[in-house]
Design a binder for this molecule. Structure first.
Ligand SMILES: Nc1nc2c(ncn2[C@@H]2O[C@H](COP(=O)(O)OP(=O)(O)OP(=O)(O)O)[C@@H](O)[C@H]2O)c(=O)[nH]1
Ligand SMILES: [Mg+2]
Length: 301
């Protein structure tokens, strides 16, 4: 980059219903497993910042929790993350999953219209999971209606999973960024502390290992994180659940389930840190933590 050349830089909030592929898209753009992904909705709970720097452009993405009608204090704070991310954004990327149903601009989910009320930031619509759409022509009228209604300035069909059309999406998004110096060092991918990613990778392992309500009743708190000059890094974490019965399920017969979860998480953490890790997990019960404001604050919500 030459000093004299103008740079563009700004914030892109990725918003949408749960499970539409927001985190997968961020990871695809950054070319790394930054934001956790599972096949279950409500995986992302906080905004995850990811920085994509090209020659003269810097896009700072915020991957946000999927939109929902909050039933717990936890979910209220998740939606607060969405609102904050929207309010700081230069452009909004509203993502839809078109693999099962095509979105109808005249009948958008209430929580989406609600969160966008009074917001005049430009919207780019991403139609994700087109790898699952056999008759791609069906997308054309949907794209046209998003444009004609004035909801979107641009519409981009894509597949985050197969990395299809994400380059085109980036070009569109860049066009909405202001001329501005870079916000971050071009080498940086994110700004969260390592502890954040480690707790996320453990939560991802729990989401992948357990069914039904367990993932949703689980939080992860890093208790110890010791970098070592030589030898394995020591990490210990509490897995918080709401009831004794959940604790028993998490641990499993003879501790087998917890062991599997731990080794799954350890692999992801080692890939991320590029270091060998000794990971200790403890399961703790904190009744109704999802509604306990003091606990939620201490968990960073
Ligand atoms: N077929 C297909 N699947 C996808 C695509 N993008 C994401 N997925 C899958 O959709 C599921 C949800 O992906 P996530 O990236 O976690 O979705 P999200 O919108 O971040 O979900 P929340 O954080 O829960 O709101 C995962 O199983 C992904 O592999 C895609 O382009 N095509
Ligand atoms: Mg997500």
């Amino acid at each position: 980059m030459q000093e004299s050349e103008a740079t563009r830089a700004g914030f892109v909030a990725i918003i949408g219903e749960p499970n539409v592929g927001k985190s997968t898209l961020l990871n695809d753009i950054l070319g790394t497993h930054l934001s956790i992904v599972t096949n279950k909705p409500q995986t992302t709970r906080k905004s995850v910042l990811g920085i994509h720097t090209e020659e003269n452009n810097q896009l700072v993405f915020l991957d946000t929790p999927g939109l929902l009608d909050p039933k717990y204090e936890l979910q209220k704070s998740m939606m607060e993350y969405v609102r904050e991310s929207i309010s700081g954004a230069d452009v909004l990327l509203v993502l839809f999953d078109v693999s099962k149903r095509l979105p109808d601009v005249k009948n958008l989910p209430g929580r989406l219209t609600e969160v966008l009320e009074g917001v005049d930031t430009p919207v780019v619509v991403g139609l994700n999971k087109v790898d699952k759409v056999y008759h791609k022509k069906e997308l054309l009228p949907v794209m046209a209606s998003f444009m004609e209604s004035g909801f979107a300035r641009d519409v981009v069909p894509l597949s985050a999973l197969k990395s299809e059309n994400t380059e085109a999406l980036l070009n569109v998004l860049v066009s909405y960024l202001p001329e501005h110096p870079f916000f971050y060092d071009p080498e940086m991918l994110s700004e969260h502390p390592e502890r954040f990613f480690i707790s996320e990778y453990i939560r991802e392992a729990v989401f992948r290992e357990y069914k039904q309500e367990i993932p949703y009743s689980t939080e992860v708190v890093i208790v110890e994180f010791n970098e070592r000059e030589s030898g394995k890094w020591h990490i210990s974490a509490d897995i918080i659940v709401e009831r004794d019965t959940q604790k028993a399920i998490l641990i499993g017969k003879g501790g087998e389930s917890l062991k599997r979860t731990g080794s799954r998480a350890r692999q992801t953490i080692e890939d991320h840190l590029g270091e060998q890790v000794f990971l200790q997990l403890y399961v703790k019960v904190r009744g109704d933590w999802r509604n306990n404001k003091t606990l939620l604050t201490s968990y960073g919500y």
